[in-house]
Design a binder for this molecule. Structure first.
Ligand SMILES: Cc1cc2nc3c(=O)[nH]c(=O)nc-3n(C[C@H](O)[C@H](O)[C@H](O)COP(=O)(O)OP(=O)(O)OC[C@H]3O[C@@H](n4cnc5c(N)ncnc54)[C@H](O)[C@@H]3O)c2cc1C
Length: 219
């Protein structure tokens, strides 16, 4: 994806965040400038007896500060050596490696995630059954769509608004509106289903498959 750089990185911080788990921040301006989410670096051991570098994924990149954040678990001698690194120590690092991805669709993940967090809070903190929460989401989507709020929201949030259940309500409402305009009153009965048939078929198919694999039960 991008050209590899080998550079001497300076340790900015190194701390244990769990049993044998370390959080290491390295200043490596060249690599940080090129790295994207999903990539990893190869960290060389200072002990020359260990020739091969140890691959560690990028947990965070601060492009302004030129730093990489690595979180690793001690697995053997190499990672044990890294755990002894102190501030201002240097270590050779090569990267960025692997096929990363751009975070252009971050907004969709944030909005979709936020809508799902609301559902999770309702499941955890109220006595509402998942079925009622599900119907509440769909109905909310229908109502917001009917008053013209959901479409601009979906245009802005993309898949973050169309994939969750409120988006299903929006699709039902949009389908009904279009079918009523085209076929008259009968469209109120057919439009919702024809607009969402793909999603409904997928839900039935994958729901049935998952039910065969796991043991579904009520809340
Ligand atoms: C692309 C990639 C990204 C990685 N990202 C991380 C990360 O973010 N955080 C993290 O803690 N670790 C990560 N690892 C694993 C890490 O590279 C190894 O734990 C490390 O190289 C072990 O080196 P060592 O000298 O400490 O242990 P070694 O002495 O080399 O190995 C100790 C034991 O761990 C086994 N082992 C070594 N490497 C691996 C591996 N890759 N998978 C399974 N078993 C292994 C060995 O067979 C041996 O039994 C990643 C590995 C890869 C390939």
């Amino acid at each position: 994806m991008s050209e590899h750089i080998k550079e001497k990185a300076v340790v900015k911080s190194s701390k244990a965040i769990g049993t044998d788990i370390y959080d290491l921040v390295l200043e490596a301006k060249g690599i940080a400038g090129k790295a994207v989410a999903g990539q990893f670096v190869s960290v060389y051991c200072n002990d020359g007896a260990r020739l091969l570098p140890r691959p560690i994924s990028l947990c965070g990149v601060d492009k302004e500060a030129g730093t990489l954040r690595l979180v690793y678990r001690i697995a053997g001698k190499g990672t044990e050596e890294f755990s002894r690194l102190a501030v201002d120590d240097t270590v050779e690092v090569m990267g960025p490696l692997g096929n990363g991805f751009e975070l252009g669709e971050k907004k969709a993940f944030l909005i979709g995630g936020a809508l799902c967090v609301i559902g999770q809070i309702l499941i955890d903190k109220t006595k509402l059954t998942p079925a009622r929460i599900l119907v509440g989401y769909v109905t909310t989507g229908v109502l917001l769509s009917a008053v013209g709020i959901y479409k601009p929201f979906a245009d802005w949030a993309g898949a973050g608004a169309t994939v969750p259940l409120t988006g299903f309500g929006h699709a039902l409402c949009t389908g009904v509106k279009a079918a009523v305009q085209e076929k008259g009153l009968i469209g109120a009965f057919t439009g919702g289903l024809s607009a969402t048939s793909g999603g409904i078929t997928a839900a039935i198919l994958f729901g049935t498959l998952v039910a065969f694999l796991f043991k579904p039960h009520a809340k």
